[in-house]
Design a protein around this ligand. Structure first.
Ligand code: CP
Length: 334
């Protein structure tokens, strides 16, 4: 494997191989597997889980890592092509990315959703610009429109919990948040659940429909896996019998890039905060999932987050095991 960019690039067998390896490394550690190997981690936006879990994964496999973040340690990084650099940024990604990559055996990049033009973010412009500059294997640590590391960990979490692929009912629900957030996690999650063969419902208020390109990609995955995809604003119908409710907020796609219109639309939607009542008609064993970070009392109530349905800590821990498998395959296979 030369790149971990999108779960959609991998066959079902390749995904299963990564999941099997992740579980094997969890139970049978290989503390010298990546001895002498170096992973570069470039963060263009903040992180807790991705930053810590990649560093921990490298240490557990016997390798090392270094972190570069424009806000932490270095001169500002310019990403725009063709710009006259007379502002704050003293260095351009055109030099910085190849230099960073030249110190490492693989590089992980977290890019940033501009959230100005939907077409630009759907095309993952910034991430793809940096991807083009890499001479070593690349791991997508979240781009404008994808988060494959989160999706692999979430797939493993559902496997660990015994949530059915075929026949499992998965609800990806928009949840209230005061600010417009990127589409990366919802886009990756709807595809992941479809590729896993689940009956997927995207539950969202009017104006927060997922873009056609994201839904179409998920539909193709569902066709291949035997799953299904629906989209609705009818919460009662969506959550009935659900095995998983996965909450996430995202930007209004109707007013993408327009902060004022987006704000107007979401202002009255704080009843989209997940609470215990959402589970009344769900399957008795229904799990609550969220990628974190999450705002308590805003996106979801404490009673759900602290209750037995919540598997958010398991999801976060599985980030490390899933990424250990990706690093193992990327750094050790020709
Ligand atoms: N879920 C996730 O990627 O978390 P961080 O933004 O903290 O890395």
């Amino acid at each position: 494997m030369k790149e971990f960019h999108d779960l959609a690039d991998l066959s079902g067998e390749e995904i299963q191989d990564l999941l099997t390896l992740a579980s094997r490394l969890q139970t049978n550690p290989e503390p010298r597997a990546l001895a002498g190997k170096v992973l570069a981690l470039l963060f263009m936006s903040p992180s807790l889980r991705t930053l810590a879990s990649f560093q921990a994964a490298m240490v557990r496999l016997g390798g090392g890592s270094f972190v570069i973040s424009p806000n932490m340690s270095i001169h500002g990084l310019e990403t725009r092509p063709g710009i006259v650099m007379d502002g704050m940024a003293a260095e351009h990604i055109r030099e910085a990315v190849p230099v960073i990559a030249s110190y490492a055996d693989a590089i992980g990049i977290r890019a940033f959703a501009e959230r100005r033009k939907l077409e630009d973010d759907l095309a993952d412009l910034e991430y793809n610009e940096m991807r083009r500059l890499c001479q070593v294997p690349l791991i997508n640590m979240e781009s404008a429109i994808n988060h494959p590391c989160q999706s692999l960990a979430d797939w493993k979490t559902m496997d660990d919990l015994g949530v059915a692929g075929q026949g499992g009912k998965f609800v990806l629900s928009w949840a209230y948040h005061p600010r417009a957030l990127p589409l990366a996690v919802p886009a990756a999650t709807v595809h992941m659940a479809a590729a896993r063969g689940m009956q997927v419902t995207v539950l969202r208020p009017e104006g927060f429909e997922l873009p056609d390109a994201i839904m179409q990609k998920a539909r193709q995955a569902a066709e291949a896996s035997g799953g299904s995809i629906n989209e609705t604003d009818d919460r009662a119908a969506a959550v009935a019998g659900a095995h998983v409710i996965y909450a996430k907020s995202w930007s209004s796609t109707r007013h993408y890039g327009d902060r004022i219109e987006d704000q107007d639309l979401r202002n009255d939607l704080d009843h989209w905060r997940v609470d215990d009542s959402w589970f009344d008609t769900a399957d008795t064993g229904c799990h609550f999932m969220h990628c974190l970070p999450v705002r308590r009392g805003v996106v979801v109530t404490d009673e759900v987050l602290d209750g037995p349905r919540s598997v958010v800590i398991q999801e976060a821990q599985n980030r490390m095991y899933a990424q250990m498998a990706v690093l193992h395959r990327i750094m050790l296979q020709p």
